[in-house]
Write a protein that binds this ligand. Sequence first.
Ligand code: ZN
Length: 365
Amino acid sequence: MPSRRVLIKSAIALLTLLTASPIAVQAANPAPVVATFSILGDMVERIGGEHVAVTTLVGPDGDAHVYQPTTADARAMAEAQVLIENGLEFEGWLDRLVNASNFDGIRVVATNGIKPIPFEEREGHHDDEGHHDDEGHHDDEGHHDDEGHHDDEGHHDDEGPHDDEGQHDDEGHHDDEGHHDDEGHGHNHGTFDPHAWHSLRAAVTYVNNITTSLAQNDPSNASVFYLNREAYVAEIEALDEEIQRMVDTLPSDHRIVITSHDALQYFGQAYGLKFLAPQGLSTESEASAKQVAGLIKQIRKGGIKAVFVENIADSRLIEQIANETGANIGGKLYSDALSGTDGPASTYLKMLRHNSTTIVSALGD
Ligand SMILES: [Zn+2]
């Protein structure tokens, strides 16, 4: 039997709900936000919830490296209050779209503050030198992420000045990108490996940057965004530990993972796996015959059991390598895009879990 006090409390709660109509009105007018690709779109939806209306430019299974924006994208950009991009020259087509669309909202580089992996010429990288580099970065990254995390948590209370700083940083970064393009540097790769979302530790920085920008754009719902962020980061950190435990079961000589394009270095660095790919950092780059021959040699020599296709890349080269070496196709990894809603990687966290279980079950004993 409910006591009288409980009944009174319920009555008060009901009254509060009934009089809280302004909140309902705001939720009916969610802030228009553009995310450049599906992984960012999912993160923004997790943090913004009903208070954001997310348009994702490059959808599930789409390849952001070679994307060509549409007029619908330009319309979405013109209305957007916030634009979330990966940065690190991943979206080589974005500056032009921004300029063409009269976007005047908050532009956020989600990777701002991570320790990026420098691009290195891939020729000869498949040997031991790459391994040393990976180890070095591993320590650096963990250290850096800790720092970034504390900084971002400090942001919560004093949002104003920090947000401004963030924006200046973003702008500087874009100028750099434009400069590279003007020099005919091309879109094959930038200075850094852009695929940082494959590190769950870097993902915490993504989530912090997204949260700060949503709160800046819509201060009345800032507390909701920060609460959503907290729950999300707890899930990210739990999955990070789960994946580490999973990968730790692999013997040390079963830790080479071969994929189509070089997208999973951040994952390898985080968990102690070595990723090799016939294609470079972008799906635009061509695999050289020499690189393919080198990989085939390495698979035979190392007794590598399985190679992996990707959801966004052409699988024929990997199939050919599997045929020539007798390695299995270990499964499909989701590299630069989520799956559709019915697929195994329909959210960012599902994608990381799927990739990990696919790799570990194919390479384990
Ligand atoms: Zn990629």
